[in-house]
Design a protein around this ligand. Structure first.
Ligand code: ZN
Length: 321
């Protein structure tokens, strides 16, 4: 067994706050339920994660989500610290706390004058998507069901991207449909990232990205966060559950991203506490085993440093203020 403790993880997407409050889990106590808590973050060497507010589809839901988020992150027992600036990453390492980045999954609840967006930025909002797989006043999401809506960004959506990026918020393209994705690509000069999406060439699921999309994200110096949810890893039956999917089902997506883009695009966006994951990644304590598997199968320590955190950190460095 290789000692992987140096591979600290910056996880690009988790739904833990909502899920653990529903499960009435105590985040400070190790649990077998769900995917994330403080002891398991220690075991997996997870230094920080994007803790999503989902869904952010109305102003009421955003207020509810923010209230829950701040109660959770500022509960001293939970051992977390909010990350708002790049130098906060060094502070969490010094303090022994784990970092939490505020994210809205979907922008439906933001007003067209962007007042709430600017206020949310002040509260620490640092990454967000334009739509969570639905149609709103800014964009159209990728639908799980046919027929897919083929509309892209609205006029307000185009303004939204400019306003959010000017504030220093990183645009997340996971959950967008293809026309909306390409509209974002056209107008953005800054890096964009797909926080939690895999490669469609490996698993043919609409939530996974086409090769053209992956190359476009790479061209913008962005990242694609590997998603551990079974349906997006299951090549034989896309969308279906299979707890026996192994590390190779994850490695195949990484291999493909490296092949058509570069190692610099690969990041982690586990989607933990969002949906069911295979036993090999049953929770965030399993990260070191994934790193071992990759080390034994052709990846270098430097590659794993990039995948586990430095690639995504670079995106934040280029997009935050
Ligand atoms: Zn999601």
């Amino acid at each position: 067994m290789v000692n992987n403790f140096k591979f600290s993880v910056l996880d690009g997407h988790i739904d833990t706050i909502k899920k653990s409050s529903r499960d009435k889990r105590d985040f400070s106590v190790r649990s077998e339920i769900g995917h994330y808590d403080l002891p398991r973050m220690d075991e997996g060497n997870v230094q920080a994660a994007i803790f999503a507010i989902y869904p952010a589809s109305s102003i009421n839901r955003i207020l509810k989500g923010l209230d829950l988020w701040f109660k959770f992150v500022f509960n001293p027992l939970n051992g977390l610290m909010q990350i708002k600036r790049i130098d906060d990453f060094a502070k969490i390492q010094a303090s022994g706390k784990r970092g939490a980045i505020l994210h809205f999954e979907g922008a439906g609840g933001i007003d067209k004058t962007f007042r709430l967006l600017r206020i949310a930025y002040r509260l620490g909002l640092r990454t967000m998507g334009l739509s969570w797989s639905n149609v709103n006043k800014f964009a159209t999401g990728v639908m799980f069901n046919d027929p897919q809506k083929e509309t892209g960004l609205t006029k307000e959506g185009i303004k939204f991207v400019a306003e959010a990026q000017a504030l220093g918020i990183t645009i997340d393209v996971s959950h967008l449909n293809e026309p909306s994705f390409w509209d974002v690509y056209e107008i953005t000069e800054k890096p964009i990232f797909a926080s939690h999406s895999n490669a469609r060439a490996i698993v043919n699921h609409p939530r996974n990205l086409t090769d053209e999309q992956i190359k476009a994200i790479h061209e913008k110096h962005g990242t694609v966060g590997i998603n551990f949810v079974m349906g997006f890893l299951n090549a034989k039956e896309p969308g279906m559950y299979n707890y026996n999917l192994n590390f190779d089902s994850i490695k195949k997506h990484i291999d493909h991203l490296v092949e058509i883009a570069s190692i610099d695009i690969v990041a982690i966006g586990s989607d933990f506490d969002g949906a069911a994951t295979p036993t090999c990644v049953k929770d965030c304590s399993m990260f070191p085993r994934l790193w071992d598997y990759l080390l034994e199968n052709g990846y270098s320590e430097q590659d794993i440093e990039k995948i586990s955190h430095t690639n995504l950190l670079q995106v934040f460095k280029k997009t935050w203020k």
